[in-house]
Design a protein around this ligand. Structure first.
Ligand SMILES: Nc1ncnc2c1ncn2[C@@H]1O[C@H](COP(=O)(O)OP(=O)(O)OP(=O)(O)O)[C@@H](O)[C@H]1O
Ligand SMILES: [Mg+2]
Length: 248
């Protein structure tokens, strides 16, 4: 896939690390900075993006309709997020047994590439060949972990497999970071997490109640919310800006 649009895959070993929340936050902040942004959700049967953006019931078509040719015009299956200009979503099919190949995703991206600057893919969790094949088409893989030791180990296994396949275009996001927990001695510190996973850090997102409570309401994250500031910094790094790493 060529550099325009940038195709970013958000993935993790373990479920519940915050992949969809990262897509939500990066989608908002990339769009806010003037990038035409599309989030494609691949979590078949477990879709949540429509709810996260407060659009449940207002999404007419989804990726399943594109894959089955019920909606041949992909742009018509793309829903515009009403609370953010430049931001669009293509929701996962409701059918958990529907399958998609890497070739189909590449073809969809090829057909709509000229309309977007960034395409963010929200993958399902887990180490399976379906996720690997699709994620490998991306220009950049964002591996999301929390400080939890099980998440860290699963992120390590995931990224090791990408390395084994020769894919070095990976960056690490450490999500749900709370200073209290980090200093409890129960978890590895951030440096130890980065060393364990073996992937260069692109951002740390704090544990943030406002993120949890905003997703699903259709109301944007408050401007001063700690996670929004972290997403903003990651977006700018994705765009090539040198933004120092600060941890709130
Ligand atoms: N930084 C954060 N602070 C507080 N809560 C968070 C944060 N990130 C994610 N969450 C919460 O954690 C839960 C799981 O997040 P999310 O659905 O984004 O994970 P996921 O990796 O997409 O899960 P799945 O593997 O099931 O797709 C949600 O309730 C979400 O609101
Ligand atoms: Mg998810």
């Amino acid at each position: 896939m060529a550099n325009n649009p940038k195709l970013i895959a958000v993935t993790s070993g373990k479920g519940g690390t915050g992949k969809s929340s990262v897509c939500y936050g990066l989608g908002f902040t990339l769009a806010k900075q003037g990038n035409r942004t599309l989030i494609i959700e691949l979590d078949f049967g477990l879709r949540c993006l429509d709810i996260m953006f407060g659009m449940s019931g207002n999404v007419e078509y989804d990726l399943g309709d594109v894959l089955t040719n019920k909606q041949e015009d992909i742009l018509k299956a793309v829903a515009t997020v009403p609370t953010a200009s430049n931001l669009n979503i293509l929701c996962a099919p409701k059918d958990p047994f529907m399958t998609v190949t890497a070739e189909q995703i590449v073809e969809i991206c090829r057909k709509i590439r000229k309309h977007f600057d960034y395409i963010i893919i929200d993958t399902g969790a887990g180490i399976n060949s379906h996720v690997f094949d699709i994620v490998e088409q991306a220009n950049l893989i964002l591996v999301v972990t929390t400080p939890d030791p099980i998440c860290v180990r699963d992120a390590t296994m995931m990224s090791d497999e990408f390395y084994r396949r020769g894919n070095k275009r990976q960056r690490l996001i450490i999500n749900k970071v709370s200073k209290r927990e980090l200093t409890s001695g129960k978890y590895k510190n951030l440096d130890e997490i980065i060393d364990a996973v073996g992937v260069q850090l692109i951002g740390v997102i704090p544990e943030d109640f406002t993120l949890k409570s905003s997703t699903g309401t259709g109301v944007n994250l408050p401007l001063n919310s700690p996670s929004l500031l972290a997403f903003d910094a990651i977006s700018k790094r994705l765009m090539g800006d040198q933004i120092p790493l600060t941890i709130k």
